[in-house]
Design a protein around this ligand. Structure first.
Ligand code: NIG
Ligand code: FE
Length: 456
């Protein structure tokens, strides 16, 4: 295993002398200045295959794998990528030499609920004792428990807690995260959650894509007045949030015990009219018709889909709706079945993977763990799972032309992992193989290799 020195990671950024990889002085005249040059013997998983984005069917198995590349960064973008010798001849600038680490685009996590105050490990224990997720929710726990807690927290507290979670996302190799509100369930509490997202997005290297999820649950004060809450959502919350530019997407929890298909349609049509793009928590527990609704409305994604019908899957494939699958949730809820990921790929749906990170049904921020579960529960190949967590995940957020691939003109968001090949990534589960994270062309994190006992 490469040591820190072997991998060339020690003290190189901006440092003087040949160790920082600057070309010899006589070549400077012909070389173009880069903000950073990144080099590795690889493998490199570029996903730059020429296939249309999002990838479908067999295209999901194509990694665009290359060896011994270098990449030049300018203004946060990939200015050039190619054989290391050629890039080093044509570009000059500080060098990040990654030795033989595997390099790939940063993970894009297209479904998370990261704004919450207080965790729910007691409910985890209740579930392990035999109570179901829906039972706990109907008894006032679950999302409503998190709503009570969030309402106690001011914006500074929410932002600080979110910042710590963003650190962890980055450390696990995720460079873009879709972030939902949904534990406020009043205009004021939802807007505060979304402002916390906007604040941290502006100050943290991680990119956050904000989604309004006021339709996550019926809040306690409206339990006897569903129509009242629906009207509040449609007539006040959605227009105000959209007008303030606090969200890019609107989502709804479409499920028998939460919002029906008709209610979800009403909410999402109001969101679209207000200029928001659409996502749906669909068919997680029962085949309610959420997948069909996503197809009917041309949503960017339908998520969960554990119980999606064949007709729903076919409709999504025809409409080009991305299936965002959340294998961590069916695992963590210990459900007897999982989404039919293989059938979705075979039906021609673009498929993406996400953590669903939240304090109740899936408390992990690790995309590599999600890849392992997708391989186990859906029978995905490593390549399919990686494609779903990069190219297709970015596309589901409308970012398919900016992120999720390593190609000229794309954002320079990439990670280096201590893995000899792509298959190794889901194979070594429950671990963090990420060693270097580059976000928008800046090295934001370096983790030394494990070397216990060395150097004593
Ligand atoms: O995606 N399904 C709805 N919402 C979350 C769960 C949120 C919670 O339990 O707090 C989910 O699984
Ligand atoms: Fe969710």
């Amino acid at each position: 295993m490469a040591s820190l020195a072997d991998a060339g990671l020690a003290g190189q950024i901006g440092g003087p002398g040949p160790a920082n990889g600057r070309l010899p002085i006589e070549e400077d005249a012909v070389a173009t200045a880069a903000d950073l040059i990144i080099r590795s013997r690889g493998p490199w998983l570029t996903f730059d295959t020429g296939a249309p984005v999002p990838r479908r069917g067999p295209e999901m198995n194509e990694l665009g794998e290359r060896a011994d590349l270098a990449l030049a960064v300018r203004d946060g973008l990939i200015a050039a990528i190619g054989p290391a010798d050629e890039i080093r001849a044509a570009w000059r600038g500080p060098m990040e030499d990654l030795g033989d680490l595997l390099v790939m685009p940063g993970f894009v996590d297209p479904h998370t609920h990261p704004v919450f105050h207080g965790t729910r490990e007691a409910e985890f224990e209740l579930r392990n004792g035999g109570r179901s997720y829906v039972e706990i929710a109907q008894a006032g726990g679950g999302i409503r428990n998190s709503v009570r807690r969030l309402r106690e927290a001011d914006e500074d507290t929410l932002a600080e807690e979110l910042r710590a979670r963003c650190d962890r996302f980055l450390a696990l190799g995720t460079t873009t995260v879709e972030a939902k509100s949904g534990y406020g369930l009043s205009l004021e509490d939802e807007a505060r959650s979304l402002r916390a997202i906007r604040r941290i997005d502006a100050r943290h290297p991680l990119d956050l894509v904000p989604t309004f999820l006021g339709a996550h649950e019926i809040p306690d004060e409206y339990r006897e007045d569903r129509e009242g809450y629906l009207r509040l959502l449609v007539e006040e919350m959605i227009p105000t949030i959209a007008e303030a530019g606090l969200a890019d997407f609107c989502d709804v929890f479409c499920e028998d015990h939460v919002f029906s298909v008709d209610e979800s349609r009403r909410i999402l049509l109001a969101a679209r009219a207000a200029g928001l793009r659409l996502r749906i928590h669909a068919d997680e527990i029962a085949p309610t018709g959420g997948a069909e609704l996503a197809a009917e409305l041309g949503a960017d994604s339908a998520d969960h889909l554990v119980a999606a019908s064949d007709a729903g899957i076919a409709a999504m494939a025809a409409a080009g709706v991305t299936a965002v699958l959340l294998p961590g949730t069916s695992f963590f809820l210990n459900l007897p079945r999982h989404a039919r990921g293989r059938a979705m790929i075979d039906a021609g749906c673009p498929v993406a993977l996400a953590t669903d990170y939240n304090p109740g049904s899936c408390h992990t921020q690790s995309m590599p763990m999600i890849l392992t579960l997708a391989c186990l529960h859906y029978g995905f190949t490593a390549a399919e799972s990686l494609c779903a967590a990069t190219v297709n995940a970015a596309a589901s957020l409308g970012l398919g032309e900016r992120r999720g691939r390593l190609a000229v003109g794309m954002d320079a968001d990439l990670i280096a992992l201590d893995a000899p090949n792509a298959r190794f990534i889901p194979y070594q589960f429950g671990d963090n193989l990420v060693r270097t994270v580059v976000k928008a062309g800046r090295v934001v994190l370096r983790r030394p290799p494990l070397a216990i006992g060395a150097g004593a």
